[in-house]
Design a protein around this ligand. Structure first.
Ligand code: ADP
Ligand code: MG
Length: 700
């Protein structure tokens, strides 16, 4: 496609205003959708393609999948049935197939749609055809009216036609025309090469340059060409992500570190005193951490372990090693409840060894009083929530930072702790089992240890997804567990009824459960309680005084009460699979048989099907993969991860091979040119974000 001579050539950074072949009205439309420069438009990729060269005849029955049809409008009218109004457009096969009956297209509650149609129009439809009372229907189909002059061969007919995602006021045909116009004016030479030359042969033979990929993804000659272009552009996206990850990893490794490990004598003393052996996976991870602490390069390690795999002991072992070398440890927990729990746990294990443990949350500052191991009276190990980050006075000699349940913390806080010229060793622990592709993408700058085994002697967990439950039966089941001396959690998604969705609130349900379980201490926990109140409730539950805890998801992360054997979740369809897996991880921590009952609201049938994965498996990886597929990475990680916003085409699940290829390409480039100073690598510098700066800015 040669650029048309009379017009100025465009570069990816040219303002769309200088695209002279786009009409003023369309330019306004693009502008209002937030597209400012040529690149913004070209990176708005097709959602799918329609082959408008050959249309099949109209189907005679329902279709299993969406189909693309070409027809003529023979009738249009506004109809009503009871309260429901709809616009109905009758379309006949344009080829006039003798057997094909008409298809009735319906749009409900959109009376203005009637204006879009007229008898005699030629129309292209896309949707799944349904059959009802031997008539065929297409409800809310994608459609395009084909103007007489556009017929046979144009941008919109007689070819493989790109169909774009709309929204923000975008309209399909003008958008497609603008795309075409901009590509006509684009100067291919001005599009900087991103992928190294080696990628050209490995990924695809038909594409060799981003400009070619843009042309092919928008107006492909064949579906194969479109697929090749998509692969090319997705590879570019992953390559950019990997460059960032690897640069960050190098920057971290470059900082001069300090040795933060003692001989291990203290660690061994503690380990020998335990009433049970550590698992092989725990011992392996501790050895890996020991190796990092003993090296002068700063540690940047991710400890990944499914719920209940015993991550806390690995943190404790790391803290022991640091203490022994005369350094302090900061342990950061995502919630106050979890900080308190770690504090209790660490004190129990470490006070006998003469180690001082401190607690610092937004409301509490205290520390154990034990015989001093060093002359300073600062604690050796300080546990806290993010409040720790804002008070540096407690650390004279910080050597190790452990961040528990990292996905709730985010990259921002991590960057902040490691800033200020300090180079503590960092151990990040996560209970979200991250699929390998995602780990490579997000945490590629970390070394990884995996706890892939649960401690022995754990009771079984039976999981059941239910709908339309009888509360009397449920209460009887709760009672049964209590009679055996066990405790129970009952979780509701939202705090109070004023929140827009009519979800049962934990506060109201607390009263209901008190009524149903006379003589039983029923506690209530939610995020809006004062910190002191939260702590009192947790203490009472831990000690067994509160037998049933009604809660929102504040108990999701980390809470460890081995006597609890029943997890009852209402409105379970509102939760992600990974989150439910975390909730389920609150039971099955002792030797008793545990139960996790996921109750879906009436009518949430899709939700039920989704949750059944949890009945089948307890493998956190399998569940995380399913969640990633169903809900995308943002949900899985609990927050929007900045790096992933760059992925428009790349799919973390389906594109695993591309991710691995991108990783290898990025490694090769940085091996040749670690600082990206070579002339041919200049375009790559534009792909780097500055994570530290951006992260700290967003934390403020
Ligand atoms: P998580 O990995 O979910 O943070 P925790 O560290 O809270 O898991 O450990 C879960 C429970 O298992 C705790 O009650 C802990 O004391 C216990 N535990 C940890 N390691 C072992 C082990 N090796 N043997 C027996 N119990 C263990
Ligand atoms: Mg934990």
């Amino acid at each position: 496609m040669a650029p048309t001579p009379p017009h100025e050539l465009l570069t990816p950074d040219s303002p769309l205003a200088s695209a002279t072949t786009i009409g003023a009205k369309t330019r306004t439309m693009l502008h209002q959708a937030g597209m400012k420069v040529v690149r913004d438009l070209l990176e708005h990729y097709p959602r799918r393609y329609e082959d408008r060269r050959h249309f099949g005849s109209f189907p005679l029955d329902e279709t299993a999948e969406a189909v693309c049809l070409h027809g003529l409008v023979t009738d249009c009218s506004a109809k009503r049935a009871g309260y429901r109004r709809h616009v109905e457009v009758t379309v006949n096969d344009a080829q006039g197939h003798p057997l094909a009956g008409p298809i009735h297209c319906r749009w409900f509650n959109m009376p203005w749609m009637i204006k879009a149609f007229a008898v005699g129009q030629e129309i292209v439809l896309f949707g799944r055809v349904k059959e009802k009372k031997s008539q065929l229907f297409l409800d809310h189909p994608d459609y395009e009216i084909i103007e007489p002059h556009e017929n046979r061969i144009s941008l919109h007919m007689g070819r493989l036609v790109p169909v774009y995602p709309l929204g923000d006021g975008l309209v399909q045909k003008p958008l497609r025309e603008a795309m075409h116009a901009v590509l006509e004016q684009l100067d291919d030479e001005s599009v900087p090469p991103v992928l190294p030359e080696v990628a050209v042969s490995t990924t695809t033979e038909t594409i060799s340059h981003r400009a070619a990929a843009w042309r092919a993804i928008h107006f492909p000659a064949t579906r194969d060409e479109a697929a090749a272009a998509r692969r090319w552009l997705a590879l570019e996206e992953f390559f950019a992500l990997q460059l960032n990850v690897l640069m960050r990893r190098r920057a971290a490794g470059d900082r001069p570190g300090v040795i933060h490990a003692g001989s291990g004598a203290l660690l061994n003393r503690w380990r020998d005193g335990l009433p049970f052996p550590l698992t092989a996976a725990q011992n392996r991870s501790i050895a890996e951490v020991h190796g990092d602490l003993a090296a002068s390069r700063p540690m940047n390690r991710l400890l990944q372990g499914d719920v209940g795999s015993g991550k806390t002991f690995v943190a404790l072992a790391a803290a022991l090693l640091a203490t022994e070398s005369g350094h302090q440890t900061a342990i950061m927990a995502p919630t106050q409840i979890l900080a308190e729990q770690h504090y209790i746990h660490f004190q129990k294990h470490l006070t006998p060894l003469g180690i001082r443990v401190g607690l610092r949350t937004a409301t509490r500052k205290e520390q154990s009083t034990t015989p001093l191991l060093t002359s300073s009276d600062q604690p050796h190990i300080m546990i806290g929530t993010h409040a720790l980050l804002f008070d540096e006075s407690v650390f004279d000699n910080l050597g190790l930072v452990v961040i528990d349940e990292q996905h709730k913390f985010g990259v921002a806080q991590r960057a902040r702790l490691v800033s200020h010229g300090r180079t503590p060793d960092v151990l990040v622990m996560t209970a979200t089992p991250i699929p390998r592709t995602l780990a490579l993408t997000l945490y590629g700058d970390l070394d990884v240890s995996v706890l892939d085994e649960l401690p022995a002697g754990r009771g079984k967990i039976t999981t059941a997804v239910r709908q339309g439950v009888d509360l009397n039966q449920v209460a009887a089941f709760v009672r049964q567990q209590l009679d055996k001396g066990r405790q129970a959690y009952v979780v509701y998604p939202l705090v109070d009824e004023s929140e827009t969705l009519a979800v049962k609130s934990a506060t109201a349900e607390h009263k209901m459960w008190q009524g149903r379980l006379p003589g039983v201490e029923v506690g209530l926990l939610h995020g809006r309680l004062k910190p002191e109140a939260k702590e009192a409730v947790m203490t009472a539950f831990r000690s067994g005084q509160i037998r049933v805890l009604i809660s929102t998801t504040v108990i999701e992360v980390g809470v460890d009460v081995p006597n609890a054997t029943l997890m009852l979740v209402f409105n379970a369809e509102r939760f992600g699979l990974a989150q439910l897996h975390q909730l389920r991880g609150r039971v099955g921590r002792g030797a008793h048989h545990s139960y996790c009952v996921l109750v879906c609201s009436d009518g949430a049938t899709d939700g039920m099907t989704r949750l059944q994965v949890l009945e089948r498996t307890r493998d956190g990886f399998e569940i995380a993969e399913a969640d990633l597929r169903l809900r995308g990475p943002g949900e899985l990680l609990g927050e929007k991860q900045s790096g992933l916003r760059g992925l428009r085409l790349g799919d973390l699940v389906a594109d695993a091979p591309l991710i691995i290829e991108a990783r290898a390409l990025a490694e090769a480039v940085l091996q040749d040119d670690p600082e990206l100073t070579m002339t041919r690598h200049q375009p790559l510098r534009a792909l780097l974000h500055q994570p530290e700066a951006a992260a700290v800015a967003s934390a403020n």
